[in-house]
Design a protein around this ligand. Sequence first.
Ligand SMILES: Nc1ncnc2c1ncn2[C@@H]1O[C@H](COP(=O)(O)OP(=O)(O)O)[C@@H](O)[C@H]1O
Ligand SMILES: [Mg+2]
Length: 280
Amino acid sequence: MLEFENVSYYYSKNTPFEKEALKNISITIKDNMTTGIIGHTGCGKSTLAQMMNALIAPTEGKVLLDGKDINAKDYNTVGVRFDVGLVFQYPEYQLFEETVYKDISFGPKNMGLSEAEIKERVKFASGFTGITDDMLERSPFEISGGQRRRVAIAGVIAMDPKILVLDEPAAGLDPKGRNEILSGLVEYRKKRGNSLVIISHSMEDIAVYSDEIIAMSNAQVLMTGTPSEVFSNHKLLTESGLDIPEITSLLINLKALGYDVDSTCYTVESGYKSIEKLFK
Ligand SMILES: Nc1ncnc2c1ncn2[C@@H]1O[C@H](COP(=O)(O)OP(=O)(O)O)[C@@H](O)[C@H]1O
Ligand SMILES: [Mg+2]
């Protein structure tokens, strides 16, 4: 479990460029589930992500992994990088090895694993990210941007983190690519039984794939809860300029017109069922 306790963060503190990027954040990333973090560009999501594995330390407050302060002097900071795997925004620009296989095995190799274990891990990670065997021996520079993104994600999965944090893993991909990557990640999480944090500015992505949502606005937490809980408070979301899934929006409008539908549905399947009942 990863907890943020009253965390604030300032860039360039005590200079004319001082910027408060996070204001008094208290959240819990629970074990064994997918947490979606949603918010507009600039609300502090990437800053929050980099705090999850101690790449940056809070200006105020604490980040605790299983109850221990990860920024304490006596905490093993190398260990936290293995426990909490972080995939940066646009990670496809960070590949550098000669082959896809070598790129994915870079992390596990640094962890001191044997060749046989590394091979197992590359196979496991490739399976969930849609990387085929024939791609493993190719150069990461010969494959498409979307495939490179998958390689970068596989490299962090191969390190087998307790918590996998992905900053905008689906940004810039077409709907098919987005769904493939996100559903592969959720499938991986279920298989592995660890926890997944998906950061996005798209409510459609977060709604479908998250068990729990943390909505952010202006460096603060706006609300947290299950997707139904969060979308039942759609007024607060829209007032803060965050979208709600299109299907939820349709159901809210139908309800306002007097139709008996469930306006907390957030997937097209459940929304369809709710509307279908009107015709029975
Ligand atoms: N290195 C930096 N120096 C100064 N300000 C920064 C830096 N990185 C981010 N910021 C500012 O901090 C705020 C939060 O940024 P960020 O965490 O990247 O938000 P998000 O990922 O939600 O778009 C933004 O206003 C951004 O301009
Ligand atoms: Mg960001």
